[in-house]
Ligand binder design. Structure first.
Ligand SMILES: *Cc1c(COP(=O)(O)O)cnc(C)c1O
Length: 327
């Protein structure tokens, strides 16, 4: 484990670097969640980011920081879908070769979007970890630069730019609720917000099914988990090996919450009905945690990061129908 060498300068540099590629996403207040919780709730809509998730920020920061030689040789990654799509998008816009390794559990809509962006897609294994092994093997063989989806200071700094946007537009927030998988998103935002004010309460939310980071925090070391099918497919996968995010999350995060498949489904339906927002399972876990009243400490002014939108639309419509009927 290496202590992460990250400063606020890295976050500001990332913001300047990615400005031509990544959108500044909107914040909208949620009267519906305010009514349920009694707090002021504001949603940060990374679901409206180009490529449909915040992963564009980290991918852009990383690829734009590579030296020209590495850029020319090309890049490779492993992904549960959204990081691969973001990487493919940035690589395409810079004219770089990109290879994306996916397991066969990655939804077809995500796989197709990556292919459409011109990246080479390799489907291998039935877990994220199996696809990761293939990515390291192929990267070595072809001399491609491995772009890790979360365990890299430049990726973390890219995701941390969301924290700057929150501070710009919602400077008096006292709580932030963020979806959690490998911890690049939560770690980057937590680092930025805690640097501004250590009293800001930082909450990570993930699914009950295979929560790698939460199990690791409980064990006090990085542990393996069994990957299970989940509506929050963007949050699936292990976090091993881990150099940076486990320590960063351990130091900066105040609370973690687990949500059930039913709570995730209901949150997706809620986002669609009450906010007319398309949100994928992994992006909806913050809403799920709030609706289920699962936070131990809920402040008065709460920002909830809606991290992605890339759900298969027929699936979303089925979920909406099942969760809204007979209300
Ligand atoms: C990747 C992803 C996350 C989790 O990000 P980590 O940095 O791996 O913790 C959350 N939501 C969505 C939609 C994602 O694609």
């Amino acid at each position: 484990m290496t202590d992460i060498d990250l400063t606020m300068r890295d976050i500001y540099s990332a913001r300047a670097r990615i400005a031509p590629i990544a959108r500044k996403t909107p914040l909208v207040s949620s009267p519906a969640l305010a009514e349920l919780t009694g707090s002021e709730i504001t949603l940060k809509l990374e679901s409206l980011q180009e490529t449909g998730s915040f992963k564009l920020r980290g991918a852009a920061n990383k690829l734009l920081s590579l030296d020209p030689g590495a850029q020319q040789r090309g890049v490779i990654t492993v992904s549960s879908g959204n990081h691969g799509r973001a990487l493919a998008y940035v690589a395409h816009s810079l004219g770089l070769r990109a290879v994306v390794c996916l397991s066969d559990t990655v939804p077809a809509n995500k796989r197709d979007a990556i292919q459409k962006l011109g990246a080479e897609v390799v489907v291998r294994g039935s877990t994220y970890d199996e696809a990761m092994e293939e990515a390291y093997r192929l990267g070595e063989k072809d001399g491609l630069e491995m772009i890790h989806p979360f365990d890299d200071p430049l990726i973390i700094a890219g995701q941390g730019t969301i924290g700057l946007e929150l501070l710009d537009e919602f400077p008096d927030l006292d709580t932030v609720v963020v979806p959690l998988s490998g911890g690049g998103l939560l770690g980057g935002i937590a680092f930025t917000l805690k640097s501004a004010d250590p009293k800001i309460h930082v909450v990570g939310v993930t699914m009950e099914r295979g929560p790698a980071m939460v199990e690791s925090l409980r064990a006090g070391r990085v542990v393996d988990i069994v990957e299970e099918p989940t509506l929050a497919d963007a949050l699936a996968g292990g976090i091993k090996p881990n150099q940076y995010t486990f320590e960063l999350i351990r130091k900066t995060v105040d609370e973690t919450v687990l949500v059930s498949e039913q709570e995730i489904a209901a949150a997706m339906a809620f986002a669609l009905e009450r906010h007319h927002l398309v949100v994928e399972g992994g992006g909806a876990v913050g809403i799920a945690a709030l609706r289920a009243g699962k936070l131990q400490h809920l402040g008065e002014r709460v920002a909830v990061v809606i991290s992605g939108a890339n759900v298969d639309i027929p699936l979303l419509l089925r979920i909406a129908k099942d969760n809204l009927d007979g209300r």
